[in-house]
Each structure stands twice: as C-alpha cells, then as structure tokens.
Design a protein around this ligand. Structure first.
Ligand code: 13P
Length: 277
C-alpha cells in the first residue's frame, strides 16, 4: 500500500528499526525492491534523486512506482531524495510523491533553516512530511566522510524545532558513493541527536558501511538508511554478466531484477525491517 513518509517513519520509530530507502531508476529496480519487500513483509521507501525530476525520467517512472506501491501488500513510500529546490519539489508532488527531501545543507545554518522551512510549510498544506539535511554528507570519492564536521545535537534540535521537518539527514561519518576505506560512524553523536530531537534521524551513504556499524547506528537511533550505489552495482553487475544472446529485453533483465531483489533482501534483514509491515 502506498503510505506517507510520516506513516512509514512512525512504523520504524515504534519498531526500533531503520526503514530501508532504496534509490530506484527504472521499472526493473522498482520490481526488484518490491519483490524483496513482499517476500520479507517489510516496509520500504522507494526514492528518486532530484535530477530525475529535472528531465523525463521522473515523469515516466512515477506512475510505475505509484502503481507498484498501491498494489503492494506492504507499506511503501515514494520519496524525493535530495530535492534541489522548489521546481523539483513541486514536480515530485505533482507526480504523486508521498515524501519530500529538501537538501539545502550547502547553505549556512540560518539560510538552510529558512529555505527548508518554506518547503515544510508548502508540503504541510498537502499533508506531506519533509526530510532536511544538516551538516553536509559529501562524496566518498573525495573522502568527505573523514573530513566533514559532524552535525551537533544542539544544532539538530534547533533545526528541527524551527523548520518542522519530520526527518533529518545528518553528517556522522558517511558519504555518498564507494568508500576507499570502510567508514567509522560517530555512534555517540547519533545517540545525542536522537535524544535531542523528535525527528527521525537519517543515515545517507549506506553503501559500503560495514554491517556492524549499521546495526550499532540503528541501536543509537537511526530510523532511515539510504542505499544507492550498491543497488546500482547489484543491477549492473547482473546486466554485464548476462549473455548477449538473450535479446528479448524482459528475459535479459531477469537476472538484474533478481540481483536487486537479493540486494534489497539483504539490507531489509540487516536493518531489522523484515516482518514489520
Ligand atoms: P550511497 O549511494 O552511498 O548508498 O548513498 C545513497 C544516498 O545516501 C542517497 O541519498
């Protein structure tokens, strides 16, 4: 069933686990994630990067995601990931997204608050919860996870109170993409932020984070974890391994759909989201 962002975050908070948020790109990645969620009776978030809402991909993909979510027997939220601005947010709402992220983390603290609050107020009018970002989660290729300043509990508290976000992405030792060295998370900081705010704390850059760090982060209070890069590899590795003799595209794609399904199942179980639907 298609559910709102706030609804799915509440399920995670009550159950003390993290909801897997998987970045999807096409019908096949949607099919793989939904099959995994159905099999393990797990709530999931299907999310699209902001750039998909600046071109035709989002337009074509949105009805696929909505239909898959509506037909699913488990709770599924359709979320805009790293929303760049008003245009992308408006388009995502028009396409039927049930969760919105606005990422103004590159701005200074006060501007991040005022820009995020504008989006929260707009989304509130249509009953949709918003994820903000405080403390920049950069790129693993640049080693940002080792150098970026961690979000403080004090700033997080103020940010959540002033913006009214339902969820907050924080900088606690992760970055997007493939890590050169396995990251070490600031677990005490996660716990401090979790205790200081009532927003769901979000971990970006889930690909390549060791399993024990993920489990400890959830124990400390993380309630949503994003996976993008490793889902792409789960899909593409299977595409490259498929024989060129197979030319019927649905048959060619079967291995890739299954690769995504197996990847999603692994993360659902790691995050403790199985049997939580
Ligand atoms: P990875 O691609 O590193 O898994 O990060 C995904 C993400 O955080 C999407 O917002």
């Amino acid at each position: 069933m298609l559910v709102s962002f706030n609804e799915i975050l509440n399920i995670a908070e009550k159950g003390g686990f993290a909801v897997p948020a998987l970045n999807v790109y096409n019908m096949e990645t949607v099919m793989g994630v939904i099959a995994a969620a159905e099999e393990l009776k797990a709530p999931v978030i299907l999310q699209n990067y902001s750039r998909l809402f600046t071109n035709d991909e989002g337009f074509h993909l949105a009805p696929v995601i909505r239909a898959a979510a509506e037909r699913a027997s488990v709770p599924v939220c359709y979320h805009l990931d790293h929303g760049a601005g008003l245009n992308e947010v408006t388009r995502a709402l028009r396409y039927g997204a049930t969760g919105i992220m606005i990422d103004k983390s590159a701005l200074c603290f006060d501007e991040n608050i005022s820009e995020t609050k504008k989006i929260v107020d707009m989304c509130k009018a249509v009953g949709i919860g918003v994820e903000g970002e405080l403390g920049h989660v950069g790129s693993a290729a640049s080693g940002d996870e080792q150098t970026a300043e961690h979000t403080t509990a004090e700033d997080a508290k103020k940010f959540v109170e002033e913006t009214g976000v339902s969820a907050l992405a924080v900088a606690v030792g992760t970055a997007h993409g493939r890590y050169k060295k396995a990251p070490k998370l600031a677990l005490d900081r996660i716990a401090e932020i979790h205790n200081a705010t009532n927003a769901a704390i979000v971990l970006h850059g889930g690909s390549g984070v060791p399993d024990e760090e993920i489990r400890a982060a959830i124990k400390a209070g993380i309630r949503k974890i994003n996976f993008g890069t490793d889902l792409c590899f789960a899909f593409l590795d299977n595409v490259f391994a498929t024989s060129r003799e197979v030319y019927a595209i649905d048959l060619f794609m079967r291995g890739a759909v299954n690769g995504v399904k197996e990847f999603a199942k692994e993360k659902i179980m790691l995050l403790g989201a199985d049997n939580k639907a």
